[in-house]
Write a protein that binds this ligand. Structure first.
Ligand SMILES: [Zn+2]
Length: 664
C-alpha cells in the first residue's frame, strides 16, 4: 500500500513451499487406534503437501541463521536494545505533560545504520493526522523542543546530512555518524504534549484521572525479517515494540497517586508511613489490603507533603517493551499478592504484587473485586503458561475509551461492567502480559498472535474462575456467525487493512481463538498444550513471526500441519462435515461422510450403541487432501447403534451442526 514518505521493506508474500511434504498415510488422529468395531474403509490416498505462503524475509532469516525450520530462534538470532532515562511532569491545570529524556540504543544487528526510526505515537492527535478509527480529538501531537543524536543537536529538515523528518507518527532520523554493528548511539529529546481527553484510544484524561500512554519518543523496531518496521499508528492496529530498560521520573502534585510499569524506587520519599506500612502488609500476604482509602487521599496522609506542592516518583522497569503510567488525586489503592511459582529460576516460589487503582464511584463497576480478579488471573496464567516474571500487575481505572488496554505490568480499563464482564476484561488484559508483552510479536501485522492467543487464554481463565463457563463457545459462535455472511478476511492480514471492524475483530480475536481449540482437537490436549507453551518459552522477550509459531508447533508435535495453517490462517475456507447417509451392508453400517466445505479436517466420529457404549473413529485429514469429497466408514451393526455424531465435543468450528448427527 502507498505510504507517504517512509517506506519500509514491503511485506512481500511469495508462494513458496515451506515445509517438508506430508509423509504418506500418517494419521492425524489424536485418539488411540480405532477400535475393531469401527474403521475407515476408504483407502487413504497418498497425501500431498498443502503449501502456504511464506514471507521472503523469513526465508532470508532462515538462510542467515537468525531463524530456523524448527521454530527455535537461530544461532545468529539478534535483536536491538534500548536504555531509556525519562523525566516527565504532568500539569493537571493545563492538562499538559512536559518530557525530557535520553535513549542509549545498542545496534546488535549485523548492519551499519545511517538512519534510525523513532515512534511518536502521540502524533495520532496532531491536526490532520490520518486515522482509521474514531479519534474525536485532533488538536495537538507531540511538540519536539530538542532532538539530539550522538552529541549533536539536530534540526527538522529533509535531504541529506544529519537531521530528522517527522511523518505522522514516525520520525526518520539521519545520524551524524554511522552506527556500526555492536555500537551504541545516544539520543536526547525534549518534548511537550497535551493529554488527550476521554474518547482518545487506549488512554488519556478523564476528569481527575490521567492514563499516560505513548508519551515519549520510542525506538521503532529494527528486526532480522523486515528491517525497520515503520508502519504508521492509525488507531486500529496495535504495536510492535522492542525491549529495553527504563528509568522513569514522574512529577505530579503531592497527594496524587502514581502507578507505572516498573518498581517504585523511592517509596520513602513519596509514600507516607501509613501507606508504606499497608503496602508491606499486602506484600506479606495478608490478603487484599486497602492501602489508600477514601479517608487517606491527601498530601501528608497517602503521600508525603512534597516540595512546592509536587512529588517526583521514580520507577525502574527491566526488559519491557513499553512504559505507561497513571496518576490521580482520586484513586483508591488496593493491593495483594499472587503466587506465581518459580519465576526467577532459583528453585523457590515467587510472588508478584497485585494492585488496583480506582475511583470510589467505580464500585458500581465492580472495581472492589479488581484485586481479587487480578490475583486469580496472574495465578492461573502462571500455572497454565509460565510464571509471571514482573514485580507487579496493576489494574487501573481509566477513561471510558480505554475499554480494556494492556501495557507492561498494567491495564487501563474503562467503561461499565457487570461481574462477568469485569472479570473477562481484567483477565483478558492480564493475559496480554504473556502475549505480546513477554512474547513480543508484531501486533500490527499479525493481530492474531496477541489478540487471538489472549482470547484463547482468557477462555481457559474464565472456565477456571467461573467453574465450567464456556467462553470458547462464545468465540466459536462469533466466528461462525460472521463466516456465513460476506466480508470475512483471512487471519494473515495487516491490522489496518481490514474492510470493517467486524472483519478485524473476527480475524484478530474470535477465529484464531477458535482455531487454537481446533488445533487442540487435532493434536490432543496434552500435546497441544506442550507445543503452545513451548512456542511461548522459545520466544520470550523476542520477536516471533507467524512462521516461528507454525514451525514450533510442528517441531514439538512431530506433525506436518501445512494443511492446517493454509486452511485456517491464509484462507477463509469453511468447515462443513456431514453424515450424508447410513446404510446396512451385511453385518456393517456404511456411514458416508461428506466434506461439504472447503476446509479439510480430520473427522472424529462417535458411535453410540443402545447399550451405552461409545466408539470413536477418526477419519484422517489425508482423505480430503487427496481431493475426495466423500468417504465411507464401516461400523459394526451390533450391538444396535443408537446414534452417530461427528465431533460431539465441538472441537472444530463446523458451520452446520445439524448435518453431523444420525439419525437427524
Ligand atoms: Zn486484547
Amino acid at each position: 500500500m502507498a505510504r507517504r514518505v517512509l517506506v519500509c521493506r514491503s511485506l512481500t508474500v511469495l508462494l513458496l513451499a515451506v515445509v517438508s511434504a506430508c509423509s504418506g498415510g500418517r494419521s492425524t488422529s489424536p485418539a488411540a487406534p480405532a477400535p475393531a468395531t469401527a474403521r475407515a474403509s476408504t483407502a487413504v490416498p497418498a497425501a500431498r503437501a498443502m503449501t502456504f505462503p511464506t514471507l521472503e524475509g523469513y526465508e532470508l532469516a532462515v538462510n542467515h541463521g537468525t531463524r530456523t525450520r524448527t521454530g527455535q530462534p537461530g544461532p545468529h538470532y539478534w535483536q536491538q536494545w534500548a536504555d531509556y532515562t525519562l523525566q516527565a511532569e504532568l500539569n493537571p491545570v493545563s492538562k499538559r505533560m512536559t518530557g525530557k529524556g535520553t535513549i542509549k540504543y545498542a545496534n546488535h544487528s549485523p548492519d551499519t545504520l545511517r538512519t534510525v526510526y523513532i515512534q511518536l505515537l502521540q502524533n495520532i492527535f496532531a491536526p490532520g493526522a490520518r486515522h482509521d478509527t474514531n479519534v474525536p480529538w485532533s488538536v495537538e501531537g507531540i511538540e519536539l523542543n530538542r532532538v539530539a543524536a550522538q552529541g549533536t543537536d539536530l534540526t527538522a529538515a529533509s535531504g541529506e546530512g544529519p537531521g530528522y523528518e517527522v511523518n505522522g507518527t514516525v520520525m526518520r532520523l539521519r545520524l551524524p555518524k554511522p552506527l556500526v554493528p555492536g555500537g551504541t548511539a545516544d539520543f536526547a529529546f525534549e518534548w511537550r504534549l497535551r493529554v488527550p481527553p476521554d474518547g482518545a484510544p487506549r488512554g488519556g484524561q478523564d476528569g481527575e484521572v490521567y492514563f499516560m500512554n505513548y508519551w515519549y519518543p520510542q525506538m521503532a523496531v529494527y528486526d532480522d525479517i523486515n528491517g525497520w518496521q515503520t508502519d504508521q499508528y492509525l488507531g486500529n492496529a496495535e504495536f510492535y515494540m522492542g525491549y529495553g530498560n527504563y528509568d522513569v521520573s514522574l512529577t505530579v502534585p503531592a497527594g496524587w497517586l502514581v502507578t507505572a510499569t516498573g518498581t517504585l524506587q523511592n517509596p520513602g520519599e513519596v509514600l507516607a508511613a501509613q501507606t508504606r506500612a499497608r503496602l508491606d502488609s499486602a506484600r506479606a500476604g495478608h490478603g487484599i489490603v486497602h492501602v489508600v482509602t477514601d479517608l487517606d487521599r491527601e498530601p501528608g496522609k497517602s503521600t508525603t507533603a512534597g516540595t512546592n506542592g509536587k512529588l517526583t516518583w521514580r520507577f525502574r522497569a527491566d526488559n519491557v517493551r513499553d512504559v505507561a503510567w497513571a496518576a490521580s488525586a482520586r484513586y483508591l489503592w488496593d493491593a495483594s499478592t499472587a503466587a506465581v511459582g518459580d519465576a526467577n529460576g532459583d528453585g523457590k516460589p515467587d510472588t508478584s504484587l497485585i494492585q488496583a487503582f480506582w475511583r470510589p464511584e467505580q464500585r458500581a463497576n465492580h472495581w472492589d473485586e479488581s484485586a481479587r480478579y487480578g490475583q486469580h488471573s496472574i495465578e492461573f496464567y502462571s500455572k497454565y503458561l509460565w510464571p509471571y516474571p514482573y514485580p507487579h500487575m496493576t489494574a487501573v481505572d481509566g477513561p471510558t475509551s480505554c475499554g480494556g488496554m494492556e501495557y507492561p505490568m498494567m491495564t487501563c480499563i474503562g467503561g461499565q461492567w457487570d461481574t462477568l464482564g469485569m472479570y473477562e476484561v481484567t483477565t483478558h488484559e492480564i493475559g496480554h502480559m504473556w502475549f505480546p508483552m513477554i512474547v513480543g510479536s508484531d501486533e500490527k501485522r499479525f493481530a492474531w498472535m496477541d489478540e487471538g492467543f489472549t482470547q484463547f487464554d482468557q477462555s481457559q481463565s474464565m472456565a477456571d474462575f467461573f467453574k465450567g463457563f464456556d467462553d470458547e463457545a462464545r468465540n466459536r459462535k462469533n466466528y461462525l456467525d460472521f463466516s456465513t455472511v460476506a466480508g470475512e478476511v483471512e487471519l494473515m492480514h495487516h491490522g489496518d487493512r481490514f474492510p470493517s471492524y467486524n472483519a478485524y475483530g473476527v480475524a484478530a480475536y474470535y477465529k484464531p481463538a477458535t482455531v487454537l481449540v481446533a488445533l487442540r482437537g487435532v493434536l490432543g490436549r496434552d500435546l497441544f498444550h506442550k507445543a503452545f507453551v513451548e512456542y511461548g518459552r522459545r520466544w520470550q522477550y523476542k520477536h516471533p513471526s507467524p512462521w516461528d509459531f507454525f514451525e514450533t508447533i510442528e517441531d514439538v508435535s512431530g506433525r506436518d500441519l501445512s494443511w492446517f495453517w493454509r486452511t485456517w490462517f491464509f484462507e477463509t475456507w469453511r468447515l462443513d462435515q456431514a453424515i450424508d447417509s447410513v446404510a446396512t451392508v451385511g453385518d456393517s453400517l456404511d456411514v458416508v461422510i461428506g466434506n461439504r466445505g472447503k476446509a479439510p479436517m480430520p473427522v472424529p466420529l462417535v458411535v453410540t450403541r443402545t447399550d451405552g457404549r461409545t466408539d470413536t473413529v477418526t477419519v484422517p485429514v489425508n482423505v480430503w487432501l487427496g481431493g475426495a469429497k466423500r468417504t465411507t466408514v464401516k461400523v459394526a451393526k451390533e450391538p444396535p447403534v443408537k446414534s452417530i455424531e461427528i465431533d460431539p465435543g465441538h472441537d472444530f468450528p463446523d458451520v452446520d451442526r445439524d448435518n453431523q448427527r444420525w439419525p437427524r
